[in-house]
Design a protein around this ligand. Sequence first.
Ligand SMILES: Nc1ncnc2c1ncn2[C@@H]1O[C@H](COP(=O)(O)OP(=O)(O)OP(=O)(O)O)[C@@H](O)[C@H]1O
Length: 452
Amino acid sequence: MSEMTPREIVQELDKHIIGQQSAKRAVAIALRNRWRRMQVDETLRNEITPKNILMIGPTGVGKTEIARRLARLANAPFIKIEATKFTEVGYVGRDVESIIRDLVDIAIKMTREQEMKKVGHRAEDAAEERILDALLPSPRPTGGGFFAQPQEEPQKPADSDTRQKLRKKLREGELDEREIEIEVSATPMGVEIMAPPGMEEMTSQLQSMFQNMSGGRTRSRKLRIRDAWKLLRDEEAAKMVNDEDVKTRAITLVEQNGIVFLDEIDKVTQRSEGASGSADVSREGVQRDLLPLVEGSTVSTKHGMVRTDHILFIASGAFHLAKPSDLIPELQGRLPIRVELDALAVEEFVRILTEPDASLTEQYTALLATEGVTLAFTPEGIEQIARFAWEVNERTENIGARRLHTVMERLLEEISFEAADRSGETISVDAALVDKHLADLAGDDDLSRYIL
Ligand SMILES: Nc1ncnc2c1ncn2[C@@H]1O[C@H](COP(=O)(O)OP(=O)(O)OP(=O)(O)O)[C@@H](O)[C@H]1O
């Protein structure tokens, strides 16, 4: 659990997202409240539910980015889902509980990766032994035991001279390209088991039944040592990680720390674009379906039951036509914190291009540096890019900061293509260069619509 104070959280978010202070503050408080909740005594703790957030703002201004970065800071499992997905043809009636199931899958993956990292060193040692065993015939008189299985040996034999030499070479990477034959566990059968809704727990039982049937079988593979090493390391790490532990921890992680980002919530209100007759019913139906999740219910997943009471929900929408008050009252009540995000103008675009960690200009500069080309952005050049992106947004469709990606790609297309032949050059991205590459698009709305 993150122990960062709201101020620290906002400072961290500032490294990636320009402006939008009230949204940053709201999510920072929500995160800190989780920590606070864990400090109060247990009876009270169970009563305290998160104050969910409704983010209101046009597309591409950082709503998702704020939530995603927050999740990363908090090491929280995170899922983004479009509320409208549940109104699509073919999806009608698709149970919204799948959001939680997907979130649990994400948490399992996160937890397993963390656990594998923890046993990393031990796994690397074990992999090294197995490679040495494959390189050196086993010292024991076991007949054809060329591929010894160290995990079954009660004690490690002392290194012989040759083994020591090989170990040294192996560590220095001298043997990387050499081929060896190793025994690896046969990949589990490609059986994907789908259980009917509500009976997801059955899937994991069936899955493990199938896995037992394939029962620890191995097959031998010929691989370069470099590849074999990775494979064996992962295999050893997987053996050291306890799946049941991972499951339990992942479920706790979801229950206590999970974040669900519900995008386009405004589109499932009655007043949303193109709303008519029967569509209204299904839109409101989606809100009704979502309500139990947000209010707190138990969802059955293939890894176990998950309570949703303490999951943080961040709903978001542009609310151009609909208003938050068009949501069903119960849902409005469950999204008590309202924050508005501002539309972005030229000034913000300039900052987005240059200030965040790994900003777009930094990314392109680094990419072209690999070709020996130095990109030098001048302040006027950046200003011009920002202005251009803003104008296209105004004239065609406002897609917020996303426009910067398409504009930058277009601007640097020629340079990217030729970079390999221009090693050693320094290219100044100034106002003149920006004009030269983008001028033909500047006056042509139709062309802009297609290209940018
Ligand atoms: N204020 C900002 N600062 C830095 N980058 C931003 C900002 N706003 C948007 N971006 C960048 O623009 C892209 C799109 O932003 P984001 O996904 O947050 O949009 P959004 O507001 O959630 O829109 P939508 O509701 O359509 O999903 C991201 O790559 C993000 O990095």
